[in-house]
Design a protein. Sequence first.
Length: 255
Amino acid sequence: MSPIVIGIIILAVVVILPMSVKIVPEYERGVLFRLGRLVGQRGPGLFLIIPFVDRMVKVDLRVVTMDVPSQEVITKDNVTVRVNAVVYFRVVMPEDSVVKVLDHIRATSQISQTTLRNVIGQSELDELLSAREKLNQNLQQIIDQHTDPWGVKVSIVEIKEVELPETMRRMMSAQAEAERERRAKIIHAEGELQASEKLSQAGAIIAKEPTTLQLRYLQTLTEIASEKNSTLIFPVPIDLITMFMKRGEGTKSDK
């Protein structure tokens, strides 16, 4: 064998061998095409392909975190809001993600934006603010249904921020303030009701025992005297005077 032939063989081996040996990491799969026809997926690990006949496309199987840009949406009750979200998805069928869609990441992004606008547009503002978990599940189901033919599994969709107009924020703040005042008035009224019930019970006890009123009167005088006033004027209850008069008449009759 001539040196030229040997040199050509060595050159072919040096050029073709790196093109034949492929290494696919654990988190990727290689989708193999032979003369344009889908053969299947390969990997992970090392394998050989036929140069100039086989073509391999690597697909990443790791979870992709994708931000959905802010979308300006009019809610069902005619409130304009700006909403953004985050979507977590991954490829579960590498062949479909290559054969059935040109760019599965861009396609998932576009369908996420349109779905976000549609779902928020069919919801009221109160639902958007208070029932966000329900909206997240609804978004996840709809987006996953659209991406399933592409071999993409959407696992989580989370609405991140809801931006309201300035006038709406002021109205909601005033509404919250009015709600706090309403609760304070209710608590105050309940306290007045309980106090009136206790006073009614105390009045019933005092009506049965007049001496209780006199004791309460003397206690009040003691409290007033402790305030160190220079001059103290207080009325004397008729009941107290009558009690002393009755005692005086009884003393005279004894004599």
